[in-house]
Design a protein around this ligand. Structure first.
Ligand code: NDP
Length: 240
């Protein structure tokens, strides 16, 4: 029996990279998964279904929430994974690049948790995992916008861990802080920088999406029933 039998999971950004790997892993563990993003994707297992979502659009978040509730009657797990980068040195960073990243990575997480977090509180249980980043903890050259968004995600998770459990509900909220993981997000990063990032880790390599999915799935499961308000680093022992 899988660790997520009878659980309903919603994954923003569930069509690519870390979110996609997490959708497959959660389905393997027995969950019914809604993999959500702006562009569709087919899944080989019927346990994972695509649902349109733009996290920057409050109406789209509401549609997703209402559809899942109408179809399943509950939500046990939310993975807030959707994220983008628009890198530039600060002197070159446009208003648009700053706002796009904040709107998607920070406000996008807020807009979906604003619906599902309070619902879980009423339900009495739930697990929310937001995907932060090593960059949100330590910063990075050319990523002031992204670092700010991810530091904000971590701070929101700690706030929600307190808020949604304040009346005794077993709602857990945790953030995960991956290091550099081989996904589409790294496609624009030059090879020599990827080699540098790999060299900064104890394990001398970049991470795989499946290695993040394992930890997110653990946090979603009842095996993590006493873990809340934390940030889990999964970065191969990156030296900073
Ligand atoms: P990918 O680019 O592979 O996946 C990003 C996902 O987010 C896609 O499914 C994309 O789908 C979705 N997405 C983007 N914008 C929106 C939006 N407005 N509304 C809904 N969905 C959206 O990246 P990763 O898997 O690498 O990244 C996943 C998360 O992990 C991000 O939050 C990222 O910041 C974080 N992270 C990644 C690291 C890495 O090295 N790869 C390291 C640390 C953290 P679509 O475009 O169709 O909407």
């Amino acid at each position: 029996m899988g660790s997520l039998e009878n659980k309903i999971a919603v994954i923003t950004g569930g069509t690519s990279g870390i979110g996609y790997a997490t959708a497959l892993k959660m389905a393997e563990e027995g969950a019914v998964v809604y993999a959500c993003a702006r562009h569709g994707r087919k899944f080989e297992t019927s346990a994972v279904r695509y649902h349109y979502l733009d996290v920057t659009d409050a109406g789209s978040c509401m549609n997703l929430y209402e559809d899942v509730m109408a179809e399943q009657g509950k939500i046990d797990i939310l993975v807030a994974d959707a994220g983008i980068t628009r890198d530039a040195l600060t002197k070159n960073m446009t208003d648009e690049a700053f706002s796009d990243v904040i709107d998607t990575n920070l406000k996008g997480v807020f807009q979906i948790v604003r619906l599902i977090g309070p619902y879980m509180e009423t339900q009495g249980h739930g697990s929310i995992i937001a995907v932060g980043s090593v960059v949100g903890e330590y910063g990075n050259i050319g990523q002031a916008n992204y670092a700010a968004s991810k530091a904000g995600v971590i701070a929101m998770c700690k706030s929600w861990a307190k808020e949604f459990a304040r009346k005794g509900s077993q709602v857990r909220v945790n953030a995960i802080a991956p290091g550099y993981i081989m996904t589409d997000m790294l496609k624009t990063v030059p090879e020599h920088l990827l080699e540098k990032f790999a060299g900064m880790t104890m394990l001398k390599r970049l991470g795989k999406p499946e290695e993040i999915a394992e930890v997110i799935t653990f946090l979603a499961s009842d095996a993590a029933s006493y873990i809340t308000g934390t940030v889990i680093d999964v970065n191969g022992g990156m030296r900073l």
